[in-house]
Design a protein around this ligand. Structure first.
Ligand code: FE2
Length: 272
């Protein structure tokens, strides 16, 4: 599971590194958070969904910015591998989970949910939404992976313990800063509060430092710009292994690859 790709640098990191990562870890499924993958860092276009899928993403999760591009409905219509937080209103396009069959014939569920603490969207209770969905998912597979897109460490930990032993893994996204608390919870669920983003290292959550800092200091409006010029560049994620028979996690390992140079063009980042 790979953390939030920010703009074109995030896409270039993914397309450049997914080959070596697949060779090293031999994953049955690659999940990537794409809610910041659009060129301006908000949302995702159908074109980018296709690019990431062709590059090697099996499932694309998202979060609060998922409807940030005009063509959001087309993005969902273009691929059933793009999911949005489960607890958004039912009128929103897309759905909150996908059942994926691996090349070796194993069915796994990947779920996306969003937290409520310090988040602007008025979404349904993520705990109750997960409880309802699990009743159905457990009739389909024992292997359930959750991307919980939330702001606070406490809400993410709360969800982790709420689901411990009932799902295979919960990874957090959204803060773009990785945490060092990856471990297996007492009842067998792999957990990490946040896997961090894939972007420029010398940026603020993937954005140009001055474009963010000037607003903090002056309180004047400032357009946040994705940092595309200043490296080094970092891809972050985790590799999780699980017991197919029980659905319990066996290991969770943080993955961080730093690149001094990164080619960012249409070949590596797609056309949008
Ligand atoms: Fe987010």
């Amino acid at each position: 599971m790979i953390g939030d790709l920010v703009g074109r640098p995030g896409r270039a990191l993914f397309s450049t590194l997914i080959g070596p990562l697949r060779a090293k870890y031999r994953p049955d499924c690659v999940v990537v958070n794409g809610e910041n993958a659009a060129q301006n860092g908000r949302g995702i276009t159908a074109q980018t969904v296709e690019f990431l899928r062709k590059s090697g993403a099996d499932i694309i999760t998202s979060g609060n910015h998922i409807f940030g591009q005009k063509g959001y409905t087309e993005a969902f219509l273009s691929s059933d591998r793009l999911i949005r937080p489960l607890n958004f209103p039912s009128e929103c396009p897309g759905k909150g989970y996908v059942l994926f069959t691996t090349p070796s014939g194993i069915t796994i569920a990947v779920v996306n949910a969003q937290g409520r603490v310090f988040m602007h969207e008025q979404v349904a209770c993520p705990f109750k939404s997960m409880e309802s969905l699990l009743t159905f998912l457990k009739s389909q597979t024992k292997l359930v992976f959750l991307d919980f897109h939330a702001e606070t460490t406490s809400e993410k930990q709360g969800m982790g313990f709420f689901l411990d032993g009932r799902i295979t893994a919960q990874v957090g996204t959204h803060t773009h800063v990785p945490t060092a608390d990856e471990y297996i919870l007492p009842n067998g669920t792999a957990y990490i509060t946040d896997i961090g983003c894939s972007a420029s290292m010398h940026s603020m959550l993937g954005m140009n430092i001055n474009s963010v800092l000037s607003r903090m200091i002056t309180q004047l409006p400032s357009k946040f710009i994705v940092e595309e010029a200043v490296g080094p560049w970092v891809l972050r994620g985790v590799c999780i292994t699980a017991d197919v028979a029980t659905g319990k996690a066996l290991s969770i390992e943080r993955v961080e690859i730093i690149k001094a140079e990164l080619v960012i063009n249409q070949d590596t980042a797609g056309k949008e």
